[in-house]
Design a protein around this ligand. Structure first.
Ligand code: KG4
Ligand code: ZN
Length: 331
């Protein structure tokens, strides 16, 4: 059973063909034009999706060596994300569904990230405790089954990916800064500067990252740009360490409290090298099984959307052609 996946919620135009857990193709076209602006410009994102989507579609079918008639159902992200960007992908999917008669599956992008782990580990069993860390979300999710979620904690301000990106902006790094900080930190001093690890008052598992970003801002302001440039790698490493430390604290406490043994990490920040090492080691020490998606399925991609769509399809959760995008769709 082959599912076509379409992802256009932010600045990646991606189309994939997935057969059960096998990814036959996963084409990702990243919009580089936003780099000039230091962040995603929603209007430009929509236009770029419009320009690229048909080309990406052709490549996805070609790479998978299939034709549209070989596809069983069409999955597309319906939210959360940028309104105009989502509209391009979902409308394209509706057109395909209408012209081919194949069922349409509207997919929650967050659920897509979560399901990315099943592309790599098909025998993963529920219950799972998921740490979802992307540019838009930071959530600890108790997953009893597909569709059965309890959000134990989330960020009250910036998401983990945003903490990387906004920190990068202060340090004049290219957008998105997560992968840049990851690389610059690799052999640097993680204890160069002690950044704050924030707790959220009266909350056990929520996160806050805006204070961290602000402390970097004032540090650079006080010490000067030249100093920041001279110590760039060490600054990145200590800033990154504060994000990772904060993330692991609440997550492993939630794991202990929920008594769930299978831990899954998902979202763009799950690609972070140091985070993967720290979490892996701690999980091993404390007796958990931990899973990370392979790097290609951490950041936005359509294979994960197709994989989540497959779950909807198995449950007869097919979307009508009137299905709308929802920029603020919750899990
Ligand atoms: O999941 P994703 O592609 O998009 C959203 O749904 O938001 O996540 C993008 C985020 C960006 O903030 C980016 O800086 C971050 O993931 N990211 C990383 C790494 N690769 C991507 N953060 C830290 N280390 C990385 N290697
Ligand atoms: Zn995402």
């Amino acid at each position: 059973m082959k599912i076509l996946g379409i992802e256009s919620s932010c600045d990646e135009t991606s189309i994939a063909v997935v057969e059960k857990n096998e990814v036959l193709s996963n084409i990702v076209s990243s919009q580089l034009l936003h780099q000039e602006y230091g962040g995603v410009v929603p209007e430009f994102a929509s236009r770029e999706h419009m320009k690229n989507i048909n080309k990406v579609m052709k490549q996805a079918l070609q790479k998978a060596e299939v034709e549209i008639n070989d596809i069983e159902a069409i999955a597309a992200t319906k939210g959360p994300g940028l309104m105009g960007a989502l509209l391009v992908g979902l409308s394209y999917a509706k057109g395909l569904s209408l012209s081919t008669g194949k069922p349409l599956l509207g997919v929650n992008h967050i659920e897509g990230h979560l399901m990315a782990n099943f592309l790599d580990y098909e025998n993963l069993t529920y219950p799972l405790l998921c740490l979802l860390i992307s540019g838009g979300h930071t959530m600890i999710i108790k997953v009893e089954d597909f569709g059965e979620y309890e959000v134990l904690g989330s960020s009250v301000d910036d998401a983990a990916g945003e903490a990387f990106d906004k920190g990068g902006k202060i340090l004049h790094l290219q957008y998105p800064a997560g992968p840049v900080i990851d690389k610059l930190s690799s052999e640097a001093d993680r204890e160069f500067h002690k950044f704050p690890r924030s707790n959220v008052k009266d909350s056990e598992f929520d996160y806050s990252f805006s204070g961290l970003k602000t402390s970097l801002y004032y540090l650079v302001k006080k010490k000067g740009r030249e100093w920041a440039e001279e110590n760039l790698n060490d600054l990145c490493a200590s800033y990154q360490e504060a994000i990772i430390d904060t993330l692991q604290g609440n997550f492993f406490r939630a794991a202990e409290e929920s008594e769930i043994k299978n831990l899954v990490i998902a979202g763009g920040v799950a690609a972070n090298t140091r985070l993967r090492n720290v979490f892996e080691r701690r999980a091993q020490k404390e007796g958990y099984d931990i899973y990370f998606p392979s790097l290609a399925y951490c950041t936005d991609n359509a294979a994960m959307i197709a994989r989540a769509g497959l779950e909807n399809y198995r449950r007869d959760d097919v979307s009508p052609l009137t299905v709308d995008v929802d920029p603020n769709l919750k899990l």
